[in-house]
Ligand binder design. Structure first.
Ligand code: ADP
Length: 473
């Protein structure tokens, strides 16, 4: 099948969150099985392209994007699928991936139009278009505006996070090339376009990144104001869990001091020591290290730490290793904790994949108390690394972690349903107390390590969605 995949992120070249992981591994896994996948990604000035083989694509040196200017395309080799980097300096050279500002929507309109213009120039017509999140949600409307065969190509839109919707002024529509009279732009959007709302209406099948989240977002509580259009999709709203990439493998991870697997879990403690040393934490035998790798956003639930962690740190019952950047008040909270408990809390404010791997491997318990979580990847990485996840029972977290039961020896982690500091603290205390029983803790770790989160199975589910979209088109 020929699939054109539009995305704002792709790990390791340009990533802020989970969209980057999916955009790397879904196309690569489909391509490995023989599909002709071409992913289109902006060529940001802040990309990590060290050691990459990038070649210009003949015939794509100057694509006409109408009022959005021109773009050129280069191909990034070695990423599994065909990856096209869309170069348009006026849009993508802003010193960061996202540059929230008045014209953010125009940047991704340029990406969508470049996808269509490049495919036309190559004489390559996809069987299906795959858009992702608000940035490229309007791909279906761009396809309709392009004319020719484009309006008949089915569109799958994946929602990685419903909270970001891409509002912009109706006045900007003519610049994008989209028809202001397009039926997907509904009358409720008076004065502004909600990219995700219009994209949901215009796309054939909507997927989101876990089955539970797909059921949550059709409610007013979790629908972020889009539950009405999501309900309208009926069974064309599908939840497909994310997989995890092959770079997350404790038996083969260059960021760890020593590899380990389910049969060599003793070696994991070398990563714990390396992690403590990296942050200058005291080596306290028997005290679990709690790990966090995350964007710092209110959604992630770290506000609850303020009322729960200090007393447990004071009592030397836990240590904490954190990496993340984002919301300044959360950054400040972790910085203050690291200053107050220098022997027990380490915080790195920034984005660093190597350190993220070391935290995944070196921690004993991984904390993801997210208020809502479309899928979440780090709990799956944690399971793979024998690091026991503690999660709020929501979205993809609820789909991937099963409460540990010492009696039966079943389960993979700790969950809390009651989204309060008290609910979180109770789960944390269960985890800390379970950690004391080394033998059963090993069982718990191995249960998690035995889970299969490979992309192959997920890619098959996406393939079924593509087939369904094509059949219905
Ligand atoms: P979200 O998409 O909401 O940010 P996910 O759990 O789906 O959350 O994906 C987060 C991804 O970003 C994971 O691969 C995680 O390891 C990575 N990540 C987040 N923050 C950092 C950071 N500061 N350094 C390295 N990797 C990070």
């Amino acid at each position: 099948m020929r699939i054109a995949f539009a995305t704002a992120e792709m790990t390791p070249f340009a990533q802020v969150g989970g969209l980057g992981d999916v955009s790397r591994w879904l196309p690569a896994t489909l391509a490995a099985a023989g599909d002709d996948v071409r992913a289109f990604l902006p060529r940001y000035d802040v990309m990590d392209l060290a050691g990459c083989d990038e070649v210009p694509v003949a015939g794509l040196e100057s694509l006409d994007l109408g009022e959005l200017g021109t773009a050129s395309i280069s191909e990034l080799r070695g990423a599994g699928a065909t990856v096209y980097l869309v170069s348009a300096p006026q849009w993508f050279e802003r010193g960061g991936l996202y540059a929230p500002g008045a014209d953010e929507h125009l940047r991704y309109a340029a990406l969508c139009r470049a996808l269509i213009a490049a495919s036309d120039a190559l004489g390559w017509m996809p069987d299906v278009l795959h858009a992702n999140d608000w940035h490229t949600a309007l791909l279906a409307l761009h396809a309709d505006a392009a004319g020719g065969d484009w309006p008949s190509i089915p569109v799958v839109l994946t929602i990685h996070n419903l909270a970001y919707q891409g509002w912009f002024s109706l006045d900007d529509l003519p610049v994008t090339g989209i028809d202001p009279a397009h039926p997907a732009i509904d009358s409720r959007e008076s004065g502004g376009i909600n990219s995700l709302r219009a994209g949901i209406r215009a796309s054939d099948i909507i997927t989101t990144v876990s089955p539970t989240y797909s059921r949550e977002i059709v409610t007013p509580q979790r629908g972020e104001g889009l539950d009405d259009v999501l309900i309208d999709k009926g069974d064309a709203l599908v939840g497909i869990l994310n997989g995890i990439g092959t770079e997350w493998d404790p038996e083969n991870d260059p960021h760890l001091p020593a590899p380990y697997g389910g049969d060599s879990l003793d070696q994991k403690s070398l990563s714990t020591t390396a992690l403590r040393d990296r942050f200058g934490l005291t080596r306290r035998g028997g005290v679990p290290v709690l790990g966090v790798v995350s964007r710092m956003a209110a959604q992630k639930g770290f506000g609850m730490f303020r009322h729960t962690l200090p007393e447990r740190l004071d009592a030397r019952r836990v240590q904490l290793a954190v990496i993340g950047t984002g919301d300044p008040s959360l950054e400040a909270m972790f910085s203050e904790m690291a200053t107050r408990f220098p022997a027990d809390v380490g915080y790195h404010r920034g984005f660093d994949s190597g350190l993220a791997h070391l935290i995944e491997a070196g921690s004993d318990v991984f904390l993801m108390p997210s208020e809502f979580e479309p899928c979440g990847l780090n709990q799956m990485y944690s399971l793979r690394y024998g690091t026991v996840p503690l999660v709020h029972e929501t979205g993809g977290l609820a789909d991937t972690v099963v409460e540990w039961d010492r009696e039966t020896g079943e389960g993979t982690g700790f969950l809390f349903d009651d989204y309060t500091a008290g609910g979180f603290a109770a789960a944390l205390d269960r985890a800390v107390s379970a950690h004391r029983d080394t033998r059963s803790w090993r069982r718990l770790q191995r249960n998690g390590m035995a889970q299969d989160f490979s992309w192959e199975a997920r890619a098959e589910e996406y393939r079924a969605v593509y087939r369904r979209a094509v059949a219905g088109a």
